[in-house]
Design a protein around this ligand. Structure first.
Ligand code: PLP
Length: 382
């Protein structure tokens, strides 16, 4: 059976070239990067090369990159690290209602530790107004954290404008760029951000490795204490092979962002048009224009999103109902609720996210089979 993977926002397959690059660091090259003898230094050199490659993707300097275990850890480090290190300045944080759980659970935890958090509501497209951010700033605000693009509905946020506001007020600005790095051009200077989270498995690298960009001069506290690796900000012997894989993925994807953006935008728009035409009452979630090139999120009234996913699965087509992480809790997506969908409509949503190995034929096949699946499900409902 033909298999069509349409859940690239959940995770991407590892690029075969990345897999090749990782292998020697699992099989042969094993020295501890902190050791001063030759085999240790071989590992150190590989890590520093990966650091260079990550900087190339976001316009940073090598000493501003800290390797972590995931996008989740990067978010935790940015938020808790800034909050703890700057407590003498204030205890107020601004974020949004539509962040990933890695951000929201970090801020909720900080609320139990004496911090106060303002959660900005998005508009119906999932767009965060810079004015709302500005109006929420108080004398005690130490951090603003806004995602670059939303993982479920694909809306790209006005980061540059928010960055300007943060700078004017002397407030640290963190973006969760897990869904954008490797997919659209990202420059930390152009966007005006102080901290940026990214994750290897969202752009054809391995799982379980991420990075946090920390602008030089930023006051941040570690959240993992130990041997002083990663500039005393993130202790623990480095995940050598995965860091090598992350670097290789960054190097490869950098040269493909422009062409993939154009190609995927074409496929995305073809799929959106086809879905809206072929399935009555279908509604597109997320911003009509300010959206990721690979994201399609729709609501089909009176249909269970999960039933659609299971029927597609039987045909070898893999899609999602929302973020893979929230598959653990069966409640409706907090993101869809935040943009105003009812609980029922939120349950009737399906997400398709495209990537490097999708073709026009994949979209045509989906558009051929999905209306029939929906038709059958609606019949069963009657
Ligand atoms: N932030 C966003 C926007 C995400 O989409 C994800 C993963 O789905 C994460 C953070 C967490 O990244 P990781 O899976 O590397 O922990």
């Amino acid at each position: 059976m033909k298999q069509i993977y349409l859940d690239y926002a959940a995770t991407t397959p590892v690029d075969p070239v990345v897999a090749e690059a990782i292998l020697p660091y699992i099989k042969d090259i094993f020295g501890n990067p902190s050791s001063i003898y030759t085999i240790g230094q071989g590992s150190r050199t590989a890590i520093e090369k990966a650091r260079e490659d990550v900087t190339g993707l976001i316009g940073a300097k090598p000493e501003e990159i800290i390797f972590t275990s995931s996008g989740t850890e990067s978010d935790n480090l940015a938020i808790k690290g800034i909050a703890y290190a700057n407590r003498d300045k204030g205890n107020h944080i601004i974020t949004t209602e539509i962040e990933h759980h890695a951000v929201l659970e970090s801020t909720r935890f900080l609320e139990t530790q004496g911090f106060s958090v303002t959660y900005i509501k998005p508009d119906k497209y999932g767009w965060i107004s810079p004015d709302k951010i500005k109006n929420a700033i108080t004398k005690k605000t130490v951090l603003i954290s806004v995602m670059h693009a939303n993982n479920e509905i694909g809306t790209i946020e006005p980061i540059k404008e928010i960055g300007r506001i943060a700078k004017e007020h002397g407030i640290y600005f963190h973006i969760d760029a897990v869904q954008t790095v490797g997919h659209i051009p990202v420059s930390v200077d152009e966007l005006g951000v102080d901290l940026l989270s990214l994750s290897g498995h969202k752009f054809y690298g391995p799982k379980g490795v991420g990075a946090l960009y920390i602008r030089k001069g930023t006051k941040i506290a570690p959240i993992i204490h130990g041997g002083g690796q990663e500039r005393h900000i993130r202790a623990g012997t480095e995940n050598l092979s995965s860091i090598v894989g992350l670097g290789k993925a960054a190097e490869i994807v950098k040269g493909k962002i422009q062409s993939e953006t154009t190609r995927l935008t074409g496929l995305r728009d073809m799929l959106i048009k086809g879905l809206l035409e072929k399935i009555p009452e279908t509604k597109l979630n997320g911003h009509p224009t300010e959206r990721l090139p690979n994201n399609i999120n729709i609501t089909i009234p009176n249909i269970e999103g999960e039933a659609v996913i299971l029927h597609l699965n039987e045909l070898g087509i893999y899609a999602g109902t929302g973020s893979a992480c929230s598959a653990y809790d069966l409640g409706p997506s907090h993101i869809l609720l935040a943009i105003g969908l009812s609980q029922q409509m939120a349950h009737s949503s399906v997400r398709f996210t495209l990537g490097m190995w999708n073709t026009k034929e994949d979209i045509e096949y989906l558009l051929q089979v999905l209306p029939n699946i929906i038709g059958r499900l609606l019949e069963e409902e009657k």
